[in-house]
Write a protein that binds this ligand. Sequence first.
Ligand code: FE2
Length: 362
Amino acid sequence: MRRALLNPFLALIAGSVLLTACSSESDTEATSTSENSPKNTSPAVVNIYSQRKEALLKPVLEAFTQDTGIEVNLVTGNADALVQRLKSEGENSPADVLITTDAGRLYRAKREGVLQAIESETLHKRIPAHLRDRDNQWYGLSKRARVIFYNKDAVDPSEISDYQDLANPEWLGRICIRSSSNIYNQSLLASIIAHRGHEQAKAWAEGVVKNLARTPQGGDRDQLKAAAVGVCDIAVANTYYYGGWLGSDDEMDKQYAQKLAVLYPNQDDGETGAHVNVSGAGVTRHAPHRDAAIQLLEYLTGHSAQQFYANDNYEYPVVEGTPVSDLVKSWGYPFKADDLSLNKLGENNAEAVKIFDQVGWK
Ligand SMILES: [Fe+2]
């Protein structure tokens, strides 16, 4: 019997939480809480606050419910707003799991005190140490690479190989990259600070600003479009957006993708590898269904979930040995990935933001 899944939490009433499991077909699993019993301790449900859109999670959460019998409720929203919500709900929060993208954001959630440490041998075994929190509060579940794209009509790939090259004068007026307020760029610069130190990171950011084709605007897709139509010759973006175009039915998307090629930076011996980040999750501090939450995280590192991330979302698995689709392989996989601890991206975030301000990266 299929059950209705993923309905949003139904009500937050007058300071006390009324949480209703959302299946009309399974009344026995409907649970509610009152002011007298603010915690729902039923193991048959897990409540997620997610910055990731429902479409990116739905198939894998449905499979989780089918395999375990644990219902999933999903609330999606802006990452910072969800963290604020967890803080203001405090111990009355119905949420068990926070899902978000970028280690910088996961670090922030930890710092704000909305996550808790968990022990899971499975997670430790499957997820490499550099892709999870050193205090076990968050775990990377899928990997993404932030790389260089070039317009094939305007650039010969022999002209560029590393992130450092983006600051060279030959690229004057030829680069598109989004605003410094974006966490992806903050994390990229945080990684450069970690590898090359403050001074070199600042000089790099300064050089990139000089080379911009236009004032930073839009998201990663907008940078890729701009490079495809010749507003700039080079764009910096995450690879899954390009993968989405290659896998799209939309003719325009396909045409954009055809104009571009992917260049994984810093691949040579002695170099750091391409900057990688994660989407990830943590169990919330006051999770009413802690065990189910851990079970969900473990499930998301399982074989089928890892394949889903790679093949449907065009990301990369965090678990070694997970096969990826031919489409994902088509623009270069495997590649040399930076193995810097992602903890550093959070720790260096404030410094990165400061450098961006100092060099006038809008
Ligand atoms: Fe993204």
